[in-house]
Design a protein around this ligand. Structure first.
Ligand code: HSE
Length: 315
C-alpha cells in the first residue's frame, strides 16, 4: 500500500501531560486540536521546513529550533535520507499552552518519515526519536506527550530507560474541560518550568503522589470517573508551577466548591478537569473561567474527549 510514496500527510492530536500526580508519566490525547504534518520527497539534498497555521509567525522554521526539524535531522542522519525532503507543518495546536504542541509536531514528523521511507521503526523507536526533538527544545527528555499523540487514549510511562509505555483505554464517557488563561509565559516555557522543580522529594510527598496516581489508574480502568477526579492531586510539582499561573489558587477553590479538581496541563498554563456528564462540564468550565476573571485574568476554554492518536490522512 505504501509503495514508493512521495508524499504523506498525518494528523496528530494535542495531548495533556501529568494530570495531577503523574508528572512525566501520565498523558492523554485530546480531540479537537490537531497538527498536520506533510512530508514530501525532493531531490535537492536538503531538509526544508515550512510552518503555517495557528501562531505560525512565532514558530521558528530553523531546523534546530523546531521539534519537527530536530527529529527530521536526527532521522535523516541515522538513516542517510540524503535526497532531501520538505516538511510542511500546519499548526492546529497553539504552542506554549501545555497542550503538547511541540510533542505533536515531533511525533508527526517521526511517524510520517517512518511511513515515507519505510524505516520499520517500532512504536518505541518512534517515541524515542520524537522525544529527542522534545528534549532539544525543553532541555530534558520527557516522553509523555509524544507517546499520547502517537498511541492515542491515555498512556502511562512505566520507565524511561528502557522506554516502556502502556496504553489504557479511557472510559467511554470521559470528558475534559480545558481552560486557557491569558497569562505571560516564559520564552522557554517548558525548560523553565522544569528547572524550577525540586530535585528531591520527601517521603510523605512520595506516598501522596503514588497513592493518587495509582488511584487515578484504578478509576480509569474501572470506569469510575469520580475516583479519577478525586485522584488529580499532586503535592510535588503543582506548588512550584502554580506560581507561574496568576489566579490558579482561586480557580482551584472554585473547582473544589463544585466537588472537582483541576490539574495544570503539562508545564502550563492551561488547566484541565475531568467529567462524565456534559452538563457538569459546562458548569465547571464557566466556574473556572469566572475564577480567573475574579483574579483579573481573561481566559478561554473548551470541552473535549480523548482522541485515538496519530493517523495518516493522505498518501
Ligand atoms: N511532563 C512534561 C512536564 C510535559 O511537565 O514538564 C511538558 O509538556
Amino acid at each position: 500500500m505504501t509503495k514508493n510514496i512521495k508524499k504523506i500527510t498525518v494528523q496528530v492530536p494535542a495531548s495533556i501531560a501529568n494530570l495531577g500526580p503523574g508528572f512525566d508519566i501520565f498523558a492523554i490525547a485530546i480531540s479537537d486540536l490537531y497538527d498536520s504534518v506533510t512530508i514530501e520527497k525532493t531531490n535537492n539534498n536538503r531538509i526544508e521546513l515550512k510552518v503555517s497555521g495557528i501562531k505560525a509567525d512565532s514558530i521558528s522554521e530553523e531546523l534546530e529550533e523546531n521539534t519537527a526539524g530536530v527529529v527530521a535531522e536526527i532521522l535523516s542522519r541515522e538513516f542517510s535520507l540524503n535526497d532531501g525532503f520538505r516538511i510542511h507543518l500546519k499548526k492546529g495546536i497553539p504552542h506554549s499552552l501545555g497542550l503538547g504542541s511541540s510533542g505533536a509536531s515531533a511525533a508527526g514528523t517521526a511517524y510520517a518519515l517512518n511511513q515515507l521511507y519505510k524505516l520499520n521503526l517500532s512504536e518505541i523507536d518512534l517515541i524515542s526519536f520524537a522525544s529527542q526533538g522534545e528534549a532539544a527544545i525543553s532541555g530534558s527528555v520527557h516522553i509523555d506527550n509524544v507517546s499520547a499523540s502517537i498511541f492515542g487514549g491515555f498512556i502511562l510511562v512505566q520507565s524511561y530507560n528502557p522506554i516502556i509505555v502502556h496504553k489504557i483505554q479511557p472510559p467511554q464517557n470521559l470528558k475534559m474541560c480545558v481552560v486557557i488563561p491569558k497569562v505571560p509565559v516564559h520564552e522557554k516555557k517548558t525548560a523553565f518550568a522544569r528547572k524550577i522543580l525540586p530535585r528531591e522529594v520527601i517521603l510523605e510527598q512520595l506516598v501522596h503522589n503514588v497513592g493518587h496516581a495509582s488511584s487515578f489508574i484504578y478509576g480509569m480502568t474501572t470506569g469510575k470517573i469520580d475516583i479519577m477526579k478525586d485522584s488529580m492531586s499532586d503535592v510535588i510539582v503543582e506548588e512550584f508551577r502554580s506560581k507561574l499561573i496568576p489566579g490558579y489558587e482561586i480557580v482551584k477553590e472554585y473547582a473544589k466548591k463544585l466537588n472537582t479538581n483541576v490539574a495544570i496541563c503539562g508545564s502550563g498554563p492551561s488547566i484541565v478537569s475531568f467529567f462524565d456528564r456534559e452538563k457538569e462540564a459546562y458548569t465547571v468550565l464557566n466556574a473556572l473561567k469566572e475564577g480567573f476573571r475574579n483574579a483579573g485574568i481573561q481566559s478561554s476554554g473548551f470541552i473535549t474527549r480523548p482522541d485515538i492518536g496519530i493517523r495518516i490522512v493522505h498518501l
